[in-house]
Design a protein around this ligand. Structure first.
Ligand SMILES: [Zn+2]
Length: 185
């Protein structure tokens, strides 16, 4: 972890009052990074029994708190959670979730757009945003390596850097993975 900015320890607050688990300041964490996680009680019980990897997702945010894409931020957190606990659910998604194409894929997946407001209001949007971001990040890491992915993630966002790092255009990869409804067959 980035101990210089976040300190040497992670504090985890477990409570029934936490509806959706999150790190300190939620989507604004980057503006005030602290090693504090608010974990829903069910996610905590599920973590102890091996059925829920949300804690790993949130912990990954603390190791990757500086990001250039909110979609990549959520995707890499799910990627690590699913790698560490492959049979567990993560956040709103089951272990065996399957991708369904969406009409907002071009706008958000792997882009530099900030967190969409629908994440707070639309459960179905939230589910697919997290899962499709995971699918997209997994493809980027599979094409290159975690080190290459993180080098891009830590850099100022640009389409040129995306293409030179991953050897594919973002929109082409979305269609290759069949994640966008606007892709031609
Ligand atoms: Zn998250």
């Amino acid at each position: 972890m980035d101990a210089r900015n976040l300190g040497p320890k992670i504090k985890v607050v477990v409570s029934n009052n936490v509806r959706v688990s999150h790190v300190w300041q939620g989507y604004q964490h980057m503006n005030d990074p602290r090693a504090v996680i608010f974990l829903n009680s069910r996610a905590y019980e599920g973590f102890k029994s091996g059925a829920n990897a949300t804690l790993v997702h949130e912990m990954t945010h603390l190791f990757t708190w500086k990001f250039n894409s909110h979609s990549l931020r959520e995707g890499v957190a799910d990627y690590v959670a699913r790698a560490v606990m492959p049979n567990a659910s993560v956040g709103p998604n089951a272990a065996n979730a399957l991708p369904t194409p969406v009409d907002w894929a071009f706008r958000y997946l792997g882009s530099s757009q900030p967190a969409p407001s629908e994440l707070m209001t639309d459960v179905e949007f939230r589910k697919s945003y997290y899962f499709l971001s995971y699918v997209f990040v997994k493809a980027l890491i599979d094409r290159t390596s975690m080190a290459d992915f993180l080098r891009f993630y830590d850099s100022a966002y640009s389409d040129t850097l995306f293409e030179s790092t991953f050897k594919v255009k973002r929109l082409d990869l979305i269609c290759e993975l069949r994640l966008g409804t606007q892709c031609k067959e």
